[in-house]
Design a binder for this molecule. Sequence first.
Ligand SMILES: Cc1cc2nc3c(=O)[nH]c(=O)nc-3n(C[C@H](O)[C@H](O)[C@H](O)COP(=O)(O)OP(=O)(O)OC[C@H]3O[C@@H](n4cnc5c(N)ncnc54)[C@H](O)[C@@H]3O)c2cc1C
Length: 361
Amino acid sequence: MASPTPDVLIIGGGFAGASTAFHLSEVYRGSILVIDREKVPGVHASGRNAGLIRQSVTDPMIRRAVASSQPHYAHHGSEIGFRPCGSLLLGKRAQLEEVQETQRIASFFRTPDEVRRRVPLLDGHPFEVALETPADGVADIWALLQHYLRGARARGVQVRLDCEVRSISGPSPYRVETSRGPIEASYLINAAGAWAPQIAEMAGATPLPLVPWKRHLFLLERVGGVQSQWPFVWNLDRPFYFRPESTGLLLSICDEERSAVLEPTVSRAISEAAAELVWNELPALRGARERDVWSCFRTKAPDGRFVIGWDPSLERFFWVAGLSGNGVGSSWEVGRLAAGAFSDGEKTPEDAFAPSRFAAP
Ligand SMILES: Cc1cc2nc3c(=O)[nH]c(=O)nc-3n(C[C@H](O)[C@H](O)[C@H](O)COP(=O)(O)OP(=O)(O)OC[C@H]3O[C@@H](n4cnc5c(N)ncnc54)[C@H](O)[C@@H]3O)c2cc1C
């Protein structure tokens, strides 16, 4: 079989790669190939997250990216399983006022009593006040990822799975050795999530300071009275979040662990840490049972902002990485910004996300 020669090779078929392929195929006339080393797309962070669409984040640039994405999720609601259940952000009034002031969407303060009447699991949890954002919600992450891949395929994008990048030379053209043979491409898009630094190193691109941080999610059962229409709850002070998941509860204690090995293993002490948090902060959950626990990586730049744009030193090498804990909520806008910056040549529309912010002066 002749080696494929797409104009653009996107490495990674998670939210970064899939949404970029979706949007780029609308504006770019050349051929696009997405590859992923897994047999199924979304095996890593994109398939192991909580699916929260949270606009009430503190960073204004990320908030803008999520807020610009939200109407598209609402519009494609049934196809991507978007549930506009809203969110309750718990914290101190001053903290939440700051979030509210810079938000362009409607949000309302709620007293602890009002909140506990709606979500009795918060009985016994001390918080000053809650900020409710009704337009927040939860997406079906598999359906959303498929939505991007299906849309991209319909416009001629090829997707090749079980295809691992092993080495890269180039750039004129790039020659990428993979587990399924060589691929030659004029442009590379690095959307490899936690492995984006490795792909950059193979290609000789700028070593950007991206760090994968491991985080766990718990699925709890024997939780009394969970109602599927509850908003998701996010506590700012001693951070945790939860939302209904079938008849149980999906809980994160917002742990962050730097790990040298990129394996989604479950850390030994994590269940005790969750039990301690429940004991101290969420007494109504003391009788719950841990049905499942898993981990995955949130890959972050030091300023917590995305990395979208051309590599500062290597020609024809484009980054869509560092989506941190917002890669689902902002995925629509991430792909749109990436497609715009890519097809506009050197110009990055959103300087706050440009890889060049980390380049030595
Ligand atoms: C526990 C947890 C909870 C989260 N909850 C939320 C949430 O509620 N809301 C939200 O917005 N975000 C959340 N996130 C963040 C979100 O999951 C990520 O931001 C997003 O999934 C990152 O997408 P990605 O495409 O960059 O990475 P990935 O999904 O990891 O995709 C990268 C892909 O690159 C492929 N790849 C890597 N190396 C190679 C190679 N050598 N050759 C070929 N392919 C390769 C991998 O197989 C992988 O499929 C959460 C993350 C975690 C870990």
